[in-house]
Design a protein around this ligand. Structure first.
Ligand SMILES: Cc1cc2nc3c(=O)[nH]c(=O)nc-3n(C[C@H](O)[C@H](O)[C@H](O)COP(=O)(O)O)c2cc1C
Ligand SMILES: CCCCC(=O)C(=O)O
Length: 363
């Protein structure tokens, strides 16, 4: 298992995941232009390795919101892990803990926050959507702090759901045996209802997501929880500067894996302007199309403090449970360390923009 690359996991996972669940995971919105752009941006970057540097010891350790991690590679929030493995997020958390890696748990996790936190030695953050039912958010924010989560991650790119044509064509609804158990069943009912709309998830989001979210609302969340608030879904310098001004503890450069605005900029292409605007005021993370240690190295060179894996997490969980998740994290981290050595960068402090030959924004 250890030597499997993310692409190999994808091939294996595809063989065992039911077709409509596969489409839900794999798909993006619209023409899936942004899904393709995310990986293409990494593939286009070229590196400037240095030589005659002592790389006999390579260190991938990083500190993020006061937590010491062994790797800058973590797991992005993805909903409903029980769709691909009976133990769901409990297995994912155990895998991440084994590698002392960050796991961002989704608001629509299929296991309770308390069960997920139990085996985890690694830090957990909790992702939230801005629901009209503000009490539900406040309750989750309180429970997360009590369960030992270290941060809240507000997804700010989902006033409504992107138009995911695969789900619409499949009339996708979440299997009723898999539930977002951290929220009231009544709030989640439409997600399981094949009559709710062509995509039950889109119908559910239309009912429950609050599209009126603005910067002024952040204070409400910050007052309700002692946890730092991270914003996920930032793609521009303007919003990065606003995030810092409104007290974001970190920002995650993300286009939601190409599942929200189709045609949105590739995350790697958005990263430099966000890093420049944040100017060291808080950590910058990035997700979207990260599949290898090389991808991680490129993002770190362009100023990211950490990278998150979305779809690969589900491939690994589906094919290998908690060991699969740990193997994925170890593999990508080993690959990163290998490339750091060959690039003459023994620690993440040495990984900077000079490592990248040229970044073109037009593609
Ligand atoms: C199946 C699936 C479910 C997702 N669910 C959520 C979610 O519940 N909340 C969220 O903020 N992002 C969600 N995302 C987006 C991921 O957090 C992340 O931004 C994206 O997957 C990264 O791109 P990658 O899949 O290319 O690695 C989901 C993505 C996928 C593929
Ligand atoms: C209601 C959406 C559930 C998670 C998801 O599919 C996503 O955020 O992309």
């Amino acid at each position: 298992m250890t030597d499997l690359r993310a692409d190999d996991l994808r091939t294996l996972a595809r063989q065992q995941i039911p077709a409509e669940v596969w489409d839900f995971i794999e798909g993006g919105s619209g023409d899936e232009l942004t899904v393709a752009a995310n990986t293409a941006a990494f593939a286009a970057a070229r590196l400037r390795p240095r030589v005659m540097v002592d790389v006999s010891a390579v260190d991938t350790g990083v500190t993020l919101l006061d937590a010491r991690l062994d790797t800058p590679v973590g797991l992005a929030p993805t909903a409903y892990h029980q769709l691909v493995h009976p133990d769901g997020e409990v297995a994912t958390a155990a895998g991440a803990a084994k590698e002392n890696a960050l796991f961002v748990v989704a608001m629509f996790a299929s296991r309770t926050l308390e069960d997920i936190a139990a085996p985890a030695a690694g830090p957990l953050w909790l992702q939230l959507y801005w629901l009209r039912d503000r009490d539900a958010i406040a309750r989750l924010a309180r429970r997360a702090a009590a369960a030992g989560f270290a941060a809240l991650v507000l997804a700010v790119d989902a006033p409504r759901l992107g138009r995911r044509l695969r789900d619409i064509r499949n009339r996708f609804a979440v299997d009723g045996r898999v539930r977002a158990v951290n929220l009231d069943a009544s709030l989640m009912a439409a997600s399981h209802d094949r009559q709710a709309g062509a995509s039950a998830l889109a119908a559910h989001a239309a009912q429950t997501f609050d599209a009126s979210l603005t910067w002024a609302d952040l204070a409400w969340l910050r007052e309700r929880s002692p946890l730092p608030v991270v914003l996920k879904g930032i793609l521009t310098a303007e919003d990065a500067a606003a995030a810092v001004a409104h007290g974001a503890a970190a920002v995650i450069v993300s286009n939601h894996g190409g599942r929200q605005l189709d045609g949105a900029v590739a995350t790697l292409d958005a990263l430099p302007e966000v890093v420049e605007a944040v100017d060291g005021a808080c950590p910058v993370l990035v997700d979207g199309g990260v599949r290898s240690g090389r991808d991680a190295l490129i993002a770190l060179a362009l100023g990211a403090d950490a990278v998150l894996l979305g779809r690969p997490t589900l491939w690994a969980l589906a094919t290998g449970g908690s060991d699969g998740v740990a193997d994925l994290l170890r593999h990508v981290t080993d690959d990163l360390a290998h490339d750091m050595a060959l690039a003459g960068r023994p620690s993440l402090r040495d990984v900077d923009r000079r490592l990248i030959r040229a970044v073109t924004n037009a593609r």
